[in-house]
Unconditional design. Structure first.
Length: 184
């Protein structure tokens, strides 16, 4: 595949600020390894799963313990990327600028049509960035894959959870959620 143009994060953010993507409400885009990638539109099942995860997230911890961001940017400078994950749990802080990988406590992507992209390309990107706890929610087959132990070649640990199996957060092992509470 040939690349028509390669963009830096700074160029991409300037295009956003200048209104270069005025139709962003109808189109979802991300900067991925210097390329502007168009994402699939969010369907009702996807939106419902993100809503459930957001509600659960806000109910679990106070803002003094974790900052929750829903569908917001994450700056991964070394990877020339600015993805917009569905759910981010961040260390408490001021996020008037986009958070970076060191701020991430938990990152969740919800997938119905983007499963391969989320579990291959994005998983590799997040592992390279050092995201320690990455969850990919499969809405088609009703399970959650948890990626841990990031490294330069990807995650060394992946585990699939189904039904009423409890998923424990790496940073907060006393908190749990079951895939059925997200995917059904």
């Amino acid at each position: 595949m040939s690349i028509a143009a390669h963009f830096t994060i700074e160029q991409y953010e300037k295009m956003i600020a200048a209104g270069g993507f005025s139709d962003r409400d109808s189109r979802r885009i991300e900067l991925f390894r210097g390329e502007i990638v168009e994402m699939s539109p969010i369907g009702n099942r996807h939106a419902l799963a993100v809503d459930r995860l957001a509600r659960w997230s806000f109910e679990q911890l106070s803002p003094e313990r974790v900052y929750i961001r829903v569908r917001g940017p994450l700056l991964l400078a070394e990877q020339e990327s600015r993805p917009e994950p569905d759910i981010l749990w961040l260390k408490p802080g001021d996020y008037s600028n986009a958070p970076v990988a060191d701020d991430v406590v938990l990152l969740i992507e919800v997938a119905d049509t983007t499963w391969t992209y989320d579990t291959r390309e994005k998983a590799r990107l997040y592992a390279e960035a050092g995201i320690a706890d990455y969850w990919a929610v499969n809405l088609v087959d009703h399970y959650v894959t948890v990626f841990r132990e990031p490294g330069p070649k990807g995650y060394r640990s992946t585990q699939r959870y189904r039904g009423s199996e409890e998923i424990r957060l790496l940073a907060f092992p006393d908190l749990t959620i079951c895939p059925d509470g997200i995917t059904r």
